[in-house]
Design a protein. Structure first.
Length: 328
């Protein structure tokens, strides 16, 4: 293994054009870590926020973007007993995925599902960790409940629809075009709502209200989500694309016994992420092995075209996941 590698750096806060190819030292596997030779890296909205200077990485994380990747283990640190050099994995990363090699805790690695290639496997960790921890662990979704996910055609949305449907929930989704709505229904949504011409509050109220809402929009969606909830309903917030500040009448929470919660994945402890990984191994990986759930792929970009990948994501024209081809 060489001492240096190619990586995509954020040269300064700004638009997609600030992403540039650079040379970096190859990371070393510390205690409990492995180093992965990256085949593909997933492109996610937090990468774009970091590039724009709006989402600083944790102090101990790489300054390089990239929160998920697939590849081959090439180095194993002390204290690691369940992974070996040569294993093919996908992994949740603290950062650094836009590079030829990346280090990450071994406990955050998951084997590549049966019959799945590296390209698809790179799209699993960030979205599946996020959806499982927020919809099932935090949100407590159960079979038969009504579940509403906003941004149904995004990587998070397409994953949430499939998992909620697979575990027996009634799924509703919002999206911004008829084509995206059709894609959501094809993945298992009972109804997909084009938010440009239909009010999701009216649709959910007519069904008895949502037991759980997963929202990444924020802004004026927050009070509307509360109106769309059933009695004892739960709202889980994972992002604020329209801003985090809004006026809410909290008397609604008391009188209708609602719960508001939320989380971000990246700042959580290594142990917390390891627990999510273990639940995914047990509950979700069998579904992936059986082909009952699969990542929805939008597009693939060459390593040198990371700026184009970010532009594609920020256009909001994509359906599903975007990947960078790094060492495949």
């Amino acid at each position: 293994m060489t001492d240096t590698m190619r990586a995509i750096e954020i040269t300064k806060p700004g638009g997609p054009e600030v992403l540039q190819v650079a040379e970096r030292p190859v990371p070393e596997a510390k205690h409990g870590q492995v180093v992965i030779k990256v085949a593909y890296a997933g492109v996610n909205r937090p990468d774009a926020l970091q590039r724009a200077g709006k989402y600083a990485p944790p102090p101990t994380a790489s300054d390089l973007p990239g929160l998920e990747a697939s590849g081959e283990v090439v180095s194993v640190g002390a204290g690691v007993s369940d992974l070996n050099v040569g294993d093919q994995v996908c992994a949740l990363l603290p950062g650094g995925g836009y590079a030829e090699f990346v280090a990450t805790p071994a406990a955050h690695c998951l084997r590549v599902p049966k019959g799945m290639g590296m390209r698809e496997a790179a799209c699993l960790p960030e979205t599946f960790f996020t959806v499982w921890s927020n919809v099932f662990m935090r949100g407590g979704l159960k079979a038969g409940e009504r579940f509403l996910v906003h941004g149904g055609s995004s990587g998070i949305g397409t994953t949430a629809i499939q998992l909620a449907h697979a575990f027996g929930a009634r799924v509703f989704a919002t999206a911004g075009t008829d084509a995206k709505c059709t894609a959501c229904v094809g993945l298992g949504a009972e109804a997909a709502i084009n938010y440009r011409d239909t009010d999701f509050v009216d649709v959910l109220k007519a069904e008895g209200g949502a037991d759980l809402v997963l929202d990444m929009v924020g802004g004026d969606y927050i009070p509307r989500n509360l109106k769309a909830l059933a009695e004892d309903g739960r709202l889980v917030q994972i992002a604020f694309l329209q801003g985090p500040s809004v006026e809410v009448n909290f008397a609604t929470l008391m009188t209708r016994r609602l719960t508001m919660t939320g989380s971000t994945l990246r700042p959580q402890s290594d142990l917390a992420k390891a627990r999510i990984a273990q639940e995914l191994r047990e509950a979700v990986w069998p579904l992936l092995d059986a082909g009952r759930v699969a990542p929805v792929m939008d597009s693939e970009y060459a390593f040198e075209d990371a700026s184009d990948a970010h532009a594609r994501m920020e256009s909001s024209g994509h359906i599903g996941k975007i990947v960078l081809r790094i060492g495949a």
